[in-house]
Design a binder for this molecule. Structure first.
Ligand SMILES: *[C@@H]1O[C@H](CO)[C@@H](O)[C@H](O)[C@H]1NC(C)=O
Ligand SMILES: *[C@@H]1O[C@H](CO)[C@@H](O)[C@H](O)[C@H]1NC(C)=O
Ligand SMILES: *[C@@H]1O[C@H](CO)[C@@H](O)[C@H](O)[C@H]1NC(C)=O
Ligand SMILES: *[C@@H]1O[C@H](CO)[C@@H](O)[C@H](O)[C@H]1NC(C)=O
Ligand SMILES: *[C@@H]1O[C@H](CO)[C@@H](O)[C@H](O)[C@H]1NC(C)=O
Ligand SMILES: *[C@@H]1O[C@H](CO)[C@@H](O)[C@H](O)[C@H]1NC(C)=O
Ligand SMILES: *[C@@H]1O[C@H](CO)[C@@H](O)[C@H](O)[C@H]1NC(C)=O
Length: 841
């Protein structure tokens, strides 16, 4: 910058502003100066700076490129633009027909970054963007829609980064092609284009340009895999493991953004030393910015724990591509100095990538950055997305540290032999006379992953991993439609009055003594549950009053009423009516005298349930779930099966409640949804793949079975780490043959061995990792009935203990006069001590 020609005070103020804005920008000098360094603000007629003080040239001004055909595309400003960086996102170039930017760049590999802001632009409807982007012969984005992509994001702006080589005597052509359709007018658009040249040996391993040791290893295929110039790369992850976001201006000169690592699935320790002087003796100093190597994730000092665990990252990727996985390493713990001090095995996608990784043996010393490249093939086995895992498994040997380390991860998708980087798009073309949009447009999918993993090294961490992805899938309109869509349609019509009573707000006020505090029997995120009396005070009911502010609540309110009004079953809580006067969202249910199942298991003054009572309660709940899964035309997935959603009537007959999260699925079809549910009960397979099936309920039910057996919280952070999550702890105990040691003290000596064996086996089957490995509810139900039989055979001679608890049967009355409804927030704090045992046989 030629700032020295400015008057000193202004220069000073500018400098101060600059420094305050971001100290590190001023201090880091780029280690790589790109030959080409183009930032184009599309649709703009002025030159502007972005929030990081980077210059963007308006594409109507620049002479650095040609726009073809130059008369046909429109420019526009995003309507209702807000809250994101104005440059380059506020303006765009849009067109209903193809247009091309031609950049005369220096031959060699380049970063191409495309910036998009999904919004309505004048003359262009937000939802009608659908286009392909090509760079020469490479397809960078195929039938892509920014509006669908951002549907699953918190923000409307995003960028995509690619690596593309430009041959000698050629330009870099970026062509934007709207989806050709006779029935609909789709358009293509772009807000910003960035082209930055890169070192020839940074990611490419063109034969003859790179030393043999730097050629990536093709995991489980061949010793080497050359990434040559006939491939284009798409950056899918670039993570600062153990550290935070590193913005483009703080990269080594290539303006790469390094994200915070949110993909670690297991817990770990974070060694970090921001003042560490790094020795770039093994790799070029532009490979990654220093902070990547100054922090890491390790397993921590617990040898016993480390022996049996991995450091695991889970990265959702499209299937059907090769991926370049670059792992960055730097030994920064001063006590680790010799070869053999920290040895571990690296698995990528469950395949051996490195049998003995040892950073010191690679680098010769501490504080020396290094990286290793692997190429892994992710085949399409019927799923469009796959969780690419990186597992670091410590090598267990006497005297050495049992640990692993990782400093950074980069993952690139490699183009297919036809130069295509676009995920296989299964979209249905609009039929000639069809008035609606193609299915791909409708099947907008929100993909969010929440995985909670408790962990700790002297302290406890709960990592909540959130990842957003949007993927299109085949939905043949003829055969499939989404329940989501169905709900939308019913929204227009009124609720089914014939199936449940519509109460007025006055009636509700009378029933609850104007929502009197003393009548509150349950509190949750949704609002309160009151005990009330209707029919002139003759009938006791539970009245759930949802918080009117909650947008989420409105949808769940609707779902619950629609589901429950169509479902009647002795093991489902009965809906009596609802009220939606004004802003109110109130649901009226049968009152369940005995409250929640949880209330009879632990942290309670209720008498402990006998084993047979527990079995019968489980059988009832299993019947309810089985009915949900198979009783209606389409399976209904409850999504929030837990002991606080299993209610007990005066005869301890169990009933499933709370259908707010339920989804209607389709036979043999997984439904993609935002992952919801309750920690500890949440199916990990669903959390990872976002594919909702009945097997997710089966998982939660398995957790309920263990909770019933062990009478403890399903998630208890006060316990030792391996015991915190009941499902995984129970599985460990089964493996070790110690499951009988963790059961409810009140049950000791009360369960027949055959019954116990069968029960544990079924519960274990239910909580298997993969949905496909789990049984269906019918199987669970049959086995539970058999378990009860086995128990009764043993008990028969002296069976008089649980006389009062009537048999659970379909004949039980659906509408009992005295019922009770209550709900407890799932994660509320409870003490660890188990309930006192009142019961003795
Ligand atoms: C990139 O180009 C801008 C001008 O457009 C210049 O100010 C900046 O210093 C360049 N950056 C590098 C790393 O060459
Ligand atoms: C430019 O926008 C107008 C409407 O504002 C539209 O009719 C025209 O087709 C657009 N041109 C292109 C090339 O997309
Ligand atoms: C880029 O476009 C120009 C103009 O259409 C064409 O002459 C040139 O061959 C194209 N280059 C590449 C690499 O496709
Ligand atoms: C876009 O979709 C059309 C129609 O399904 C298909 O023919 C075309 O190959 C797709 N383009 C890309 C780049 O995937
Ligand atoms: C680049 O690599 C691919 C796959 O490894 C190979 O098929 C192709 O021949 C290579 N191209 C060149 C120009 O080396
Ligand atoms: C990076 O390495 C190059 C060549 O090894 C050297 O010339 C340059 O001074 C180094 N830059 C920094 C900032 O260390
Ligand atoms: C560690 O990862 C490997 C490879 O993915 C896997 O086989 C092994 O079961 C994992 N170990 C643990 C304890 O998760």
């Amino acid at each position: 910058m030629k700032n020295h020609s400015m008057p000193t005070p202004i220069f000073f103020v500018l400098c101060l502003f600059f420094l305050l804005y971001n100290l590190k920008i001023a201090t880091s000098t780029p280690r790589y100066i790109p030959v080409d360094n183009i930032t184009l603000n599309c649709g703009s007629s002025v030159n502007l700076k972005d929030m990081q003080e980077r210059h963007w040239v308006g594409d109507m001004l620049s002479s650095k490129f040609a726009l073809l055909p130059n008369h046909r595309s429109n420019i526009s400003e995003a309507q209702g633009f807000s809250s994101v960086d104005a440059v380059p996102y506020q303006t765009a170039r849009l067109s209903y027909s193809e247009f091309t930017y031609v950049f005369p760049v220096t031959p060699g590999p380049n970063f191409v970054r495309l910036y998009f802001y999904s919004a309505s632009y004048s003359g262009f409807d937000m939802s009608k963007d659908l286009f392909t982007v090509k760079a020469g012969l490479f397809t960078l984005l195929g039938n892509f829609s920014a509006s669908i992509f951002t549907d699953s994001l918190d923000q409307k702006n995003f960028f995509k980064e690619f690596c593309v080589n430009v041959e000698m005597n050629q330009e870099l052509n970026l062509t934007f092609i709207p989806f050709p359709s006779t029935s609909f007018n789709y358009y293509a658009f772009i807000n910003g284009i960035e082209i930055v040249s890169m070192p020839i040996d940074l990611y490419y391993s063109q034969k003859g340009f790179i030393k043999d040791e730097w050629v990536p290893q093709y995991v489980a295929q061949a010793p080497q895999f050359y990434i040559n110039y006939s491939m284009a790369l798409e950056m899918v992850y670039r993570l600062n493991v153990g550290g935070g976001l590193i913005p483009p201006m703080e990269d080594t000169g290539m303006f790469r953004e390094w994200s915070e690592d949110t993909k670690l699935l297991s817990g770990g320790a974070i060694p970090r030393d921001p003042s560490l002087q790094l020795k770039y003796s093994k790799i070029p100093n532009y490979t990654a910015p220093d902070p990547i190597y100054q922090s890491a994730i390790t397993m921590g000092p617990n040898r016993a724990k480390n022996k049996q665990s991995n450091l695991t990252w889970g990265l959702p990727v499209d299937t059907g591509f090769n991926y370049l996985v670059r792992l960055h390493f730097c030994e920064l713990e001063s006590e680790i100095i010799a070869t053999g001090d920290r040895e571990f095995t690296i698995y990528i996608d469950y395949q051996l990538a490195e049998d003995k990784a040892d950073v010191i043996s690679w680098t010769g010393s501490n504080d020396t950055p290094h990286y290793k490249d692997y190429v892994v093939m992710i085949q399409n086995k019927g799923e469009d997305t796959h969780l690419l895992s990186i597992d670091l498994q410590p090598i267990t040997s006497e005297g050495t540290l049992i640990d692993a380390i990782l400093n950074g991860v980069e993952v690139f998708k490699l183009s297919n032999p036809d130069g295509n980087l676009a995920a296989r798009l299964n979209m249905v073309l609009p039929q000639p006379n069809q008035k609606t949009e193609p299915a791909a447009i409708k099947s907008k999918k929100k993909k969010t992953i929440f995985i909670a993993v408790g962990s700790g090294v002297g302290f406890l961490i709960v990592l909540i991993l959130v990842c957003f992805m949007a993927v299109w899938k085949l939905r043949r309109t003829k055969h499939y439609s989404f329940y989501k869509g169905k709900i939308r349609r019913t929204k227009a019509s009124s609720l089914p009055e014939e199936l449940c009573h519509h109460f007025t707000l006055d009636e509700m006020k009378t029933a609850t003594n104007n929502f009197h505090e003393e009548l509150i029997i349950g509190v949750g995120g949704f609002g309160n549950v009151y005990k009330g009396a209707i029919d002139k005070g003759t009938k006791t009911v539970a009245i759930k009053r949802m918080n009117p502010e909650s947008h989420q609540g409105a949808r769940e309110f609707r779902t619950e009423i629609e589901m429950l009004s169509q479902l009647r079953h002795v093991h489902l809580v009965s809906l009596i009516g609802y009220c939606n006067d004004g802003n109110e969202m109130i649901i009226v249910y049968d009152y369940m005298t005995n409250g929640t199942l949880r209330d009879h298991l632990y942290n309670t003054n209720n008498e402990p349930l006998t084993w047979k009572q527990r079995l019968k309660i489980c059988i009832g709940a299993a019947r309810g779930l089985h009915y949900l899964h198979t009783g209606a035309e389409h399976p209904i997935i409850h999504r929030d099966v837990k002991t606080t959603n299993i209610l007990l009537d005066e005869k301890l007959v169990s009933k499933i409640s709370d259908f707010g999260l339920s989804k209607m699925g389709f036979e043999n079809t997984a439904v993609s949804t935002t992952v919801k549910g309750t920690w500890g009960y949440l199916d990990p397979d669903y959390a990872i793949r976002q594919q909702l099936t009945e097997k997710s309920d089966v998982y939660s039910f398995g957790v309920v079975m263990f909770e019933v057996l062990c009478a403890r919280k399903v998630l208890n952070h006060n316990l030792e780490e391996e015991q915190q999550i009941l499902a995984s702890w129970a599985r460990k105990c089964i493996e070790r043959g110690t499951i009988n040691q963790i059961i409810d003290r009140c049950l000791e000596g009360k369960i027949s061995p055959e019954c116990f064996k069968l029960y544990v086996e079924v519960a274990e089957n239910c909580v298997r990792d993969k949905g496909i490995q789990r049984p269906n509810m019918n199987f669970v139900l049959e086995k539970l009935e058999l378990a009860l039989e086995l128990q009764e055979n043993v008990d028969a001679p002296q069976d008089n203990i649980d006389r009062q608890s009537s048999t659970v049967s379909e004949e039980s009355s659906t509408t009992s006069q005295h019922t009770y409804y209550s709900e407890v927030i799932s994660l509320h704090v409870e003490t660890t001590t188990s309930a006192p045992c009142y019961y003795s046989a």
